[in-house]
Design a protein around this ligand. Sequence first.
Ligand code: UT7
Length: 328
Amino acid sequence: MPAARISGVGMYVPPKVVRNDDLRAFYDTSDEWIYTRSGIKERRWAEEPASTAELGYYAAQEALQAAGKKAVDLDLIIFATLSPDLYFPGSGVLLQQKLGLETTPALDIRQQCSGFVYGLSIADQFIRTGMYRTILLVGAEVQSTWIDYAPEGRTVGVLFGDGAGAVVIEATEALGRGIRSSHLYSQGAYAMELCIAEPSSATRRHILPGSYGMRPYMNGKEVFRHAVQRMGEAIQVALSTQNWHPNEVDLYVLHQANIRIVQAVAEFFGLPMDKFFNNIHKYGNTTAASIPICLYEAQAEGRLKAGDKVILAAFGSGFTWGSVALIW
Ligand code: UT7
């Protein structure tokens, strides 16, 4: 049975940098509040007419190049986003068209901040069964268009950013490399704790021309508490399945929602923070894009080498969460 291995990573963030102090144009906030509560210093915002599929396309091109593959080599595209270009169809088919492909299947998944972890698990299953050998997984978001710029939107608005990350996942017969296990969870009882409930098919509200019309909601403290507990559990099950001691793992890459969440998880396992790769200070929370952007930068900085033991974990809206253990 082949294993699934990440063979190329790419990322793209829009050039426009928005620093914490720049947000004071909309909100009663400060660099001090945002940085001490979340670890964020700045984020990127796409300038119109950039779309989620377009950001994903730039990241995908880099991942393909890194893997030494062409778009025509792809058997499947998986697109993870909570901010698709359109209500329907999904951004996957838009990316497929941008890549110049004719009939390659494109699958969109809606697992928000856990989208990349879910996507890796899905890719792993397709490769293990032998159905596909080369899969592109993209996590991309344009969130600056749903942020609520009204004063009451500040708690959520300061946290999120735009960006994209992509990986090429290939079948490998080389023993000991690739994805070793994945564990996925969700709990719809908490669906309304972090959501954009309008516009929706349930409310039949429509966005008026010239108005954003979105009202994101987050119960920050509840999300924080669950994020620490659930990512801790998901990491523990990954460690137990692999029979790895926490210290034996070379690098942990957790979804970048709040540096204090990562610190709490590190503390739970008694691990130093240098076992965790973080870049939230530069990009804020890029939802489905955050883990692949971390993988790209970790590799570029020499913190991911062939044979390294790696654990990825994510938690987000749904609630959804999960972990992946892999040998880089
Ligand atoms: O991607 C996965 C999903 N997201 C997460 O995992 C995020 C999880 N939650 C969090 O990261 C944190 O709960 C937040 C960063 C969102 C908030 O931190 P907190 O320590 O829980 O702050 P809080 O919501 O309790 O707010 C404390 C105070 C409040 O003022 P009062 O009521 O104490 O007077 C807020 O009104 O801070 C105020 N506040 C702000 N002040 C300045 C809220 N937002 C802001 C802001 N600037 N942007």
